[in-house]
Write a protein that binds this ligand. Structure first.
Ligand SMILES: *Cc1c(COP(=O)(O)O)cnc(C)c1O
Length: 380
């Protein structure tokens, strides 16, 4: 059994260990970096470097693995979203870069599906973008996209978030955008793994794509990836730190984080994801078997992950999970009881599901057992 309760740094602060049943959640610390990544960051901390040289070299690695013309390490996907809109608004014009987030007199409208709106809208608006909403969860007509394009439009946003209902498909969106000489900027923050997704949206013709570095990639929690055309990535970089005349100076990435992200990306490409997925499934099955053998009156639903990466459109479908509900407790009571004590077992907000949802992708080796035992104790 891992000796994870002993961590002098957290213990000293009185901070509890969390068992993360919610997959890659920023609120719980994102993901755990592999030792190779923390070692690389340690080593990177020993030198000074020219940050522009490092950024360009890291960008070349991102370009290679995404198939895009260019890449940039950003401060989370959130910062990548801000830089996407900034790049579309300013291009490489230093006067416009200096003017943001004031977009007076500049093209600043971005069209977004209502069903694509998430809590991350602020990141677009941080650059001064004005969001023009189209469609609803029932559907979106192509005329809604076409008729909202005007001389103030700077780009089309496409988000792969938890809710995809009713959006025009990405291929059609790109076709309409490009017919109007407009870039399509994609938020694919949580869509890694599968590895194929690194290239997928660029291959479909998206002009810039954002990924989180601190979710499925298991890089530093504060990093992200932006890839895209040479021209737009250059424009994004001019808006970003270390340059200090643009809005991106508030979201800088350190040399250690850049090396950490690049190391995590290389490991991610080489990782045997199907073996790892099997372990996630085994952990689900362990919890299900133990509960079924010891507890009555409990409802368990097992959602095994889809095998076809083309079917994977959101984070929820990329991980096997279990939905558990009981007649004795409400979902919220179950959630609260799991969170009590140390380690604190955390599931995601439950109102979306009928029951609490347990995702095993962020478990350390012994944690499925701990979760099973605690559930049995609560439910018996
Ligand atoms: C997580 C997430 C983000 C933010 O990513 P960070 O790397 O945490 O900044 C943006 N958009 C979506 C859809 C996400 O799931």
């Amino acid at each position: 059994m891992d000796n994870l309760l002993n961590n002098e740094y957290y213990n000293k602060l009185g901070v509890r260990r969390v068992i993360n049943c919610a997959s890659y959640l920023t609120m719980l610390g994102g993901s755990i970096m592999p030792p190779e990544v923390t070692e690389a960051m340690d080593k990177a901390s020993e030198w000074f470097v020219d940050m522009k040289e490092l950024n360009m070299a890291a960008g070349d690695v991102i370009a290679k693995f995404t198939g895009a013309e260019a890449g940039l390490v950003t401060a989370g996907a959130a910062s990548a979203l801000m830089l996407q809109t900034a790049a579309c608004i300013t291009g490489t014009d230093p006067k416009k870069i200096n003017q943001l987030p004031d977009t007076n007199g500049l093209k600043n409208e971005f069209i977004i599906h209502r069903s694509h709106k998430t809590n991350y809208d602020h990141n677009y608006r941080n650059a001064g973008a004005k969001l023009i909403e189209i469609g609803n969860t029932g559907g979106t007509h192509t005329w809604e996209l076409e008729s909202n394009i005007n001389e103030k439009t700077a780009g089309i946003i496409y988000v792969y978030g938890p809710k995809q209902n009713g959006a025009i498909d990405i291929e059609t969106t790109i076709k309409i955008a490009h017919k109007n000489q407009l870039p399509v900027i994609v938020d694919a923050a949580a869509l890694l793994p599968p590895v194929e997704n690194l290239m997928k949206f660029t291959q479909l013709g998206a002009d810039m794509v954002a990924f989180s570095g601190g979710k499925g990639l298991r890089g530093p929690q504060s990093t992200g990836i932006l890839c895209g055309t040479k021209e737009l990535i250059n424009a994004a970089y001019l808006n970003a730190a270390p340059n200090n005349e643009g809005i991106g100076r508030v979201s800088k990435v350190s040399k250690e984080e850049i090396i950490g992200l690049i190391t995590a990306l290389e490991l991610f490409i080489d990782r045997d994801h199907s073996t790892i997925m099997k372990k996630w499934e085994q952990d689900c099955e362990l919890i299900i078997d133990q509960i079924n053998s010891k507890v009555k009156d409990v409802n368990i639903k097992y959602i095994k992950s889809p095998k076809d990466p083309n079917l994977i459109i959101d984070e929820d479908s990329t991980h096997p999970s279990i939905i558990i509900s009981s007649d004795k407790f409400s979902d919220q009571e179950l959630e609260e009881k799991l969170a009590e004590g140390n380690p604190s077992i955390r599931v995601r907000n439950t109102f979306e599901y009928n029951g609490i949802k347990i995702v095993t992708s962020n478990f350390h080796s012994d944690e499925a057992q701990i979760v099973a035992e605690k559930l049995i104790k609560i439910l018996s």
